[in-house]
Design a protein around this ligand. Structure first.
Ligand code: FAD
Ligand code: PHB
Length: 393
């Protein structure tokens, strides 16, 4: 078995693991990133698109913001649609001038991978971590299978940034860890289409047939979602059926039809809320989806993940460079307070925008919530501040 030594072993090269590696390297802390999938796979995985104000600044401060600042679309407002009418929430007016940046998660990943490889930082692709050992000792280790055979990384700390189905959260002992979970009775069918966006800002839509979201990636790429039943199968959705349903839900008198184009990517995602607490076991620290999942309606998943590693980098640098262990003890509770705010906001957005076909009382409450969000300045201000910068409030 090949044996390596580093200060921090990072499991997973999603946005969380890659940004953590970059922040630690800038603080002079050695680290090795181990990633199950290939470089091509992680760079092509289409997921999040909305970056909060403070998180965009974090990406820039880490030295990975050049392309995001050049190609990212800065949005100062967001639209809500229901009953064939549209209402704009002026995010920046309500949130001290701050705005969101629309820039694909896979672009963030590409930028961070390029930086890592340029600087010669170790990033082991195609290496599945199978075992975490000695987490409550002074010398934990991480074992995995790489393209050249088994590998063991001996380290001071392990960062579990390997998503909800990884190994890190399973290493928490059942006796001390708690898992809070909710599954929603719908999924999202998402497409990426080569079509110029028909709108300048994102549109969140509640329609009696279900939720719809109009987002984008660039002046020539649109990203759209439909709320569908949880057991819906992609094979049952022809391109024509997808566009018809998007049109039926999103249409208003001013925009009776949305621009169409070839669909280049499609997928169905289940909607869940999960919190795992505490986010630490001995020398293992969880960050991002490994510790918490939100339904995507609030656009919070990647932002929460990157905010976790902003604190984790500071925590590990204090311990390893300055011999100050105080942040190690508070990492989990500090994160969880913010994470629960992200859970609350994501749940609020989800419950407001996904009609429930079998619960008319729930639908009445949802409509009241939605009307309040667009008509009351106070409610819109809370929404705007959370949407634009929840992780830096
Ligand atoms: P991941 O991106 O899941 O990365 C984990 C990495 O670990 C992966 O590369 C995986 O291959 C690797 N790994 C797993 N197991 C192992 C192992 N055993 N060994 C080694 N490596 C391993 N968030 C937003 O903020 N805004 C949005 O607009 C938004 N929209 C979304 C839309 C959809 C349809 C979906 C599905 C998600 C969306 N999210 C959004 C959520 C966001 O994509 C995630 O929260 C984000 O990817 C979390 O990053 P992460 O680095 O924690 O985990
Ligand atoms: C996206 O652009 O993919 C996106 C935007 C907003 C969301 C979720 C996803 O709430």
């Amino acid at each position: 078995m090949k044996e390596l030594r580093t200060q921090v072993a990072i499991v997973g090269a999603g946005p969380a693991g890659l940004l953590l590696g970059q922040l630690l390297a800038r603080d002079g802390i050695d680290n090795i990133v181990l990633e199950h999938r290939s470089r091509e796979y992680v760079e092509r995985r289409v997921r999040a698109g909305v970056i909060e104000f403070g998180i965009a600044n974090l990406i820039e401060e880490a030295g990975a913001g050049e392309r995001m600042r050049r190609d990212g679309l800065v949005h100062h407002g967001v639209e809500f649609r229901f009953e064939r009418n549209s209402y704009r929430v002026p995010l920046s007016d309500l949130a001290d001038g701050r705005a969101i940046t629309v820039y694909g998660q896979q672009e963030v990943v590409k930028d961070l991978v390029a930086l890592r490889l340029e600087s010669g930082g170790p990033l082991l692709f195609d290496t599945e971590v199978t075992t975490l050992d000695g987490l409550t000792s002074d010398a934990p280790s991480v074992e995995g299978d790489g393209p050249e055979g088994p590998v063991r990384v001996i380290c001071d700390y392990v960062a579990g940034c390997d998503g909800s189905f990884g190994v890190a959260n399973r290493a928490l002992p059942a006796s001390s860890a708690r898992r809070y979970e909710r599954t929603y009775p719908f999924s999202w069918l998402g497409i990426l289409a080569e079509a110029s966006p028909s709108t300048e800002e994102l549109i969140y839509c509640r329609h009696q047939n279900g939720f719809a979201l109009y987002s984008m990636r660039s002046p020539t790429l649109s990203r759209l979602y439909l709320g569908v039943a949880p057991d819906e199968r992609l094979e049952d959705w022809s391109d024509g059926r997808i566009w018809d349903e998007l049109n039926a839900r999103l249409a208003t008198d001013e925009m009776p039809e949305i621009g169409q184009g070839p669909i280049v990517e499609r997928g169905i995602t289940a909607m869940r809320s999960i919190v795992i607490a505490p986010m630490r076991h001995g020398r293992l620290f969880l960050a991002g989806d490994a510790a918490h999942i939100v339904p995507p309606t609030g656009a919070k998943g990647m932002n929460l993940a990157l905010a976790d590693v902003r604190l984790l980098a500071r925590t590990l640098a204090a311990a390893l460079r300055d011999h100050d262990d105080s942040l190690l003890a508070t990492y989990s509770s500090t994160c969880l307070e913010r994470v629960w705010r992200g859970e609350e906001f994501s749940n609020y957005m989800t419950q407001m925008l996904h009609p429930n076909p079998s619960d008319e009382f729930e639908n009445g409450v949802q409509m009241a919530r939605l009307r309040q969000a667009v008509n009351s300045r106070e409610a819109a201000t809370v929404l705007a501040r959370n949407y634009v910068d929840l992780n830096s409030l």
